[in-house]
Design a binder for this molecule. Structure first.
Ligand SMILES: C[S@@+](CC[C@H](N)C(=O)[O-])C[C@H]1O[C@@H](n2cnc3c(N)ncnc32)[C@H](O)[C@@H]1O
Length: 99
């Protein structure tokens, strides 16, 4: 398990968002699925394996108030928090191995 964490910490410590294949400027599919559920803005939403994805930014912008972001990499979440600035305080951050 530690190997997996080491792998992902290494990725986020050595590559920028533009250097990995999965980065989306707008995570359209995930966002559209969540919005199509028509859940209240207070619904509990968790992004598991979030990395430093901007999904949380768009969820905040859409008015969701109960967002949790979980990733195995401390660095990934640090990067997302840094990007969000003061808005980061509106989110629950978990560095966890989901397995
Ligand atoms: C391919 S990246 C996708 C990141 C993000 N969802 C995005 O679309 O930009 C996979 C992510 O899953 C995380 N991850 C891998 N194994 C995990 C585990 N066992 N528990 C939690 N996160 C994990 C990695 O750290 C990485 O951020």
């Amino acid at each position: 398990m530690e190997q997996n964490k080491d792998h992902w910490e290494n990725v986020y410590n050595t590559k920028s968002s533009s250097e990995v294949s999965w980065t989306q400027e707008v995570p359209r599919t995930s966002l559209d699925i969540i919005l199509s559920c028509n859940v209240p803005k207070t619904a509990r939403i968790i992004d598991i394996g979030s990395g430093d994805s901007k999904l949380v930014d768009f969820l905040l912008e859409a008015g969701f108030t109960n967002i949790t972001v979980l990733d195995i990499s401390t660095k990934a979440l640090e990067r997302a928090k840094l990007r969000l600035g003061e808005k980061a305080a509106l989110v629950k951050w978990l560095v966890q191995d989901v397995i």
